[in-house]
Design a protein around this ligand. Structure first.
Ligand code: SF4
Length: 326
């Protein structure tokens, strides 16, 4: 089967996932080298522009007002503060600046500030990404016209398991927003989280949904749940590291041209596990010491790990892919 035929089935994907690990890794690394420089990793920086008090009930999230979390709700932060953070991120090597707001969807009154943030970050020569919840047709156009490069909207898990994790919106709502973003001409960033009590088939079904979108996402963040106190998943069982590496390899094989991002959970991963994930085809990380609210390895730790592995930060994405014919 062609890896870009958009007709992946669970059975085909499962057969690849179940290969002996060395065969799976070899195959994933081969696909990776056909599409990317294997020694470069794209670095994004994530800033929370509006924290806490979210109306959604995502069971993994410490920002949900419904989870009894003690995290207090903030207002949308000022544009100047966002630009100051973006400047720092650029100076430390990040090429993409991701801005996340804990909203079900943005309100009309927030749009002018969001547009100013996008325009300001773009003017620094960085790629821009936002994650703001669901978007309607007008908002999609406003963000695109401001120059937004990427929109992040994770599907989180399989369609079957989704209602176990979130009840305030549906899987179909998620797909609708993703299609709206793509149709407006922006790049899509969408992935999910392992370790929420889903089974192995749910993990594979999540990748099948992403790979079978009209176009696979340009970025695919794969998160390992970092259980947050006071959330329904506070006591979730940790993910087996080899299962995690297998999912990264499968994502690389199923979506050969996408950036597969090692996202939340990296601070709980050993250097060896991160190295295996990079070998399996992960080629993007969040840099910096916090994600939206969860811990992330400090930049100096990442620099030491990159030096040990001979990995270089990737230039802006447009220059990152290798020509498969080379
Ligand atoms: S994951 Fe996002 S949408 Fe869900 S509760 Fe947290 S901030 Fe809200």
């Amino acid at each position: 089967m062609s890896a870009t035929s958009n007709t992946w089935t669970r059975e085909t994907a499962q057969a690849i996932y179940d290969l002996p690990l060395m065969d799976l890794l070899y195959r994933a690394q081969t696909v990776h080298r056909e599409n990317f420089d294997p020694n470069k990793v794209q670095m994004s920086r994530l800033l929370s522009i509006k924290t806490g008090g979210c109306a959604e009930d995502c069971a993994y999230c410490s920002q949900s007002a419904r989870n009894g979390s003690k995290l207090s709700a903030s207002k949308l932060i000022e544009v100047e503060r966002v630009l100051a953070e973006a400047r720092k991120a650029r100076e430390s090597g990040s090429t993409r600046f991701c801005m996340g707001a804990a909203w079900r969807e943005p309100k009309a009154r927030d749009m002018d500030a969001l547009v100013a943030m996008i325009q300001g970050v773009k003017a620094m020569g960085m790629e821009t990404c936002m994650t703001l919840g669901m978007l309607d047709d007008t908002q999609v156009v406003q963000l695109r016209d401001a120059g937004l490069d990427y929109y992040n909207h994770n599907i989180d898990t399989s369609e079957r398991y989704y209602p176990e994790v979130i009840t305030t919106r549906t899987f179909a709502d998620r797909i609708d927003t993703l299609n709206r973003v793509r149709e407006a001409g922006m790049k899509v960033c969408s992935g999910g989280i392992l370790g929420m009590g889903e089974n192995g088939e749910d993990r594979i079904d999540m990748l099948v949904t992403l790979a079978n979108l009209p176009e696979p996402p340009d970025s695919v963040p794969i998160n390992m749940l970092m259980p947050q106190p006071d959330t329904p998943l506070a006591d979730a069982k940790p993910v087996d590291p080899i299962d995690f590496v297998r999912i990264i390899a499968l994502a690389r094989i199923m979506m050969p041209k996408s950036h597969v991002r090692l996202s939340a959970g990296r601070s709980d991963m050993s250097d060896e596990m991160q190295a295996m994930c990079f070998f399996a085809g992960a080629n993007s990380i969040f840099a910096g010491d916090t994600l939206l609210t969860a811990e992330n390895p400090e930049e100096s730790k990442d620099a030491i790990l990159f030096a040990k592995l001979g990995i270089q930060p990737m230039e802006a994405e447009s220059e990152a892919r290798v020509d498969a014919a080379e």
